[in-house]
Design a protein around this ligand. Structure first.
Ligand SMILES: C[S@@+](CC[C@H](N)C(=O)[O-])C[C@H]1O[C@@H](n2cnc3c(N)ncnc32)[C@H](O)[C@@H]1O
Length: 303
């Protein structure tokens, strides 16, 4: 599924060996701008920093460094991948999330900035003691971010059906030496013990099949379908299938008074609100993101 034009894909080199880093940066930035990419300067620096194995903030100190043929080839490959719409986070293999830097790659969703709002809300609702679960954990982003904020850290369990995603979650846990977090394979809340949890967070797949078709290539062609569209969605689904499932599935593992905090699609607020109220949850509310879109469902299990 190449997105570069034929003439571009046949071009053998985006970075000339023997160029300085500053010249390479200008060339890559110009190439990215010509492809109407949103942040050409930031992305050019990010790719160069990754290939040179220096921090992003140190890239300025490398301006006069001459790029060896080996590094030019590696940079070329990285630029070609990016021009083919591959997300830059997959190319550099990492992304920032909340209070940490995660390793990620194909097989798991790239954590989004709006999910950081879910972490803030979840932390504000959590009342210790009591275990926490993060269902649909993916790279473990939410579970690991929460673990980084709580002292002492309670037991946190992350669940996901995808073995590939759980591998990334466990890699992040090992790399960041996160204690008290356990990742389990299973459907939604199935691996969770009844009545043990004070808080359940969830960022389930909530994209409808029709929305999926209009997603940009960097999402649709690279991020896992199962992380975006609920596996059970019918062709005319609104995408909220798993949000509805959680209205039932999250009841048993929560202790009375425990909270579910769940990310939803921007058009799913009224549906989610109604479904949870009708299912008997209390204090149901929909929080908005910084762009004023309905984004996060909060609901409390009756005491
Ligand atoms: C939108 S991603 C969220 C990933 C991560 N929590 C984040 O915020 O970046 C949804 C995740 O749910 C997982 N998933 C899909 N269906 C599931 C199910 N029935 N039970 C548990 N996890 C599921 C996918 O594998 C994917 O990792």
């Amino acid at each position: 599924m190449p997105h570069v034009s034929d003439s571009e894909s046949m071009q053998s080199s985006y970075v000339a060996p023997g160029n300085t880093v500053a010249a390479a940066r200008r060339d890559i930035e110009a190439r990215f701008s010509a492809n109407a990419m949103e942040n050409p300067s930031t992305e050019a620096r990010w790719l160069i920093a990754h290939i040179l194995n220096v921090s992003y903030s140190d890239i300025w100190r490398q301006d006069d460094r001459v790029i060896s043929p080996e590094l030019a080839t590696q940079l070329d490959t990285a630029v070609a991948r990016r021009l083919n719409s591959e997300p830059i986070q997959y190319i550099v293999g990492q992304c920032d999330f909340y209070n940490t830097e995660l390793v990620i790659g194909p097989g798991t969703l790239i954590p989004r900035p709006e999910t950081e709002r879910l972490v803030d809300i979840a932390l504000s609702l959590y009342e210790p003691p009591g275990a926490i679960a993060d269902v649909c954990t993916g790279s473990g982003a939410i579970a690991i971010a929460i673990a980084g904020e709580l002292r002492p850290c309670p037991c946190i369990i992350g669940t996901d059906t995808s073995a590939a995603a759980l591998e990334w979650a466990r890699r992040n846990q090992r790399r960041l030496a996160v204690k008290n977090v356990l990742f389990c394979q299973g459907h939604l809340t199935a691996p969770l013990a009844p009545g043990a949890f004070a808080l359940i967070t969830a960022n389930p797949p909530y994209v409808s099949p029709s929305e999926y078709r209009s997603l940009p290539p960097n999402v649709r062609d690279f991020e896992p379908l199962t992380a975006l569209v609920p596996a059970t969605a019918s062709p005319d689904s609104d995408g909220a299938d798993m949000v509805r499932d959680l209205a039932t599935a999250a009841v048993t593992p929560l202790r009375p008074g425990g909270w579910l905090v769940c990310e939803i699609g921007a058009s799913q607020g009224p549906t989610a609100h109604t479904v949870f109220e009708q299912a008997g949850w209390q204090s149901v509310r929909i929080e908005r993101d910084y762009a004023e879109r309905d984004r996060i469902l909060c609901a409390q299990k009756p005491i």
